[in-house]
Design a binder for this molecule. Sequence first.
Ligand code: GBH
Length: 521
Amino acid sequence: MFFSSRVAIGQVVLANLSLLNLVGGRYLRESDVGKNYSFPDNFVFGVSTAAFQIEGAWNEGGKGESIWDTLLHENVNFTNDRSNGDVAADSYHKYMEDIDMIKNLGLGYYRTSISWSRILPNGTDANINKEGVLYYRRFFKELLKADIIPIITLYHWDIPTALMKLGGWCNAKLVDYFEDYARVVFHLFGDLIKNWITMNEIHQHCIGGYDSNFYAPALSSSGFGVYLCFHYMLLAHARAYRLYEKHFRQYQRGKVGIVLDNNWFAPKDPKSREDQEAAERYRQMHVGVIAHPIFSDTGDYPAIVRSIIDDMSRKQGFSRSRLPYFTKEEVEALRGSADFVGLNHYTTFLASASSMEEGWQLPSLDHDTGVKLEKDPSWPKSGVPWLTVHPPGLREIIKYFTKNYGRKKPIFITENGLADNGELEDYDRISYFNEYLYQVLLAIHEDGCNVQGYFAWSLMDDFEWNDGYLVKFGLYHVDFNSPNRTRTPKLSTKSYANIARTRRIDFNYLKPPKNHHHYED
Ligand code: GBH
């Protein structure tokens, strides 16, 4: 066994990287490959996208504006390529092609999201946009006709601009408005949709949009807005879950879960006590803060998060903590408010303690956390700086989640994928999927974790938020220069389809040619 559960992952990487085959199967030994584990019968394979990143049609069919529409129209330089989501991959018009693509991959599951302002143009249920409702009903019915089960996210970062004017997730009232939105959506689509996700990555959304300004709504309310955002998004999630439980589940018989971002944070020096503590502090401030209120037995924010922010607030002269408190009823509403968990995982960071770094605001989540993140220079790079390839991190985060929150709630890997330069012969993506999926097999077969599915990010090249269209995650290439937004399969479609079909990983399938260049070459 290459990755024994007894060894800290940092050690393994440093000690073994040089021994490994550099072309494909980088993280494996021959003896591991020989085990030929397969994915259990109940394991599902799918692909993920999100409404704003592919749909386009920003003002068609009665849709209202979302914060991303508004922000990108008002700040044309916000994205690195001065682009916006007005057309994106035009999936609003081309969803039949998308369905064909999923079929060609041989997959039975598609995770995507509903645009809140396409259903409720002003954010509230006073005005339901019939055309938007009919659009999604047509689309969902076509998916089902093609034997593809939709997993639908209610909120993938595109709050209606009308609600942002009230302060967005800084305003407690949003909890009510999200519940109203959820009620409309459960009511109108619940006969077709049996798998709901309330929120995508509360944590990234609040960091990017509220603690700093690289995502909409770009509030830069460091150390304040970010915690209100966590708090009210968590409560809004719980409201939607309890609503479904009370009024819809007995008729619709569906499931409701939530998606968390779960990169892995390893101690920079695995032997250093300080680095170990820094890594764990980072995990609690970034993973635990969202996961603990929902998935732990005790509920509420993790004690360490509570005390870090309370203490720092006091030291800074605040007479109350910058992290709001839940009432007892709220703790109970949140506790256990998910039938499953989705983990989005892309990469691993190395953590070490630091009280201040250049670029940190005061106060801020970074400063409260007191941890500096770095990359191991030996890890293969990708098309974006934050994503370096370290497959064992996926197994580690699955184990960590299981250790902290038990194995009762099934885990789905709801996003995992590699950014490159958009080449059609995407050998790096092929080995990324092979190697990360192999870690999922290890988590299932060697660690006994309850992982029941995997969704690749992404079905196609898309609008990658602040990176615009420059960053390519797709299994399918999209020609953003063509009005047709022509889709072309990349080589990785073949290998991913092969994994889903055989329910095994064949590291010899579509091995890169000898002259293939990886990013680090
Ligand atoms: C996911 O979020 C999203 O759910 C999805 O919509 C998105 O397209 C996908 O990832 C791929 O990006 O280290 O300061 O440079 C992941 C979001 C991306 C947020 C990287 C933090 C790095 C900021 N993360 N980003 S920095």
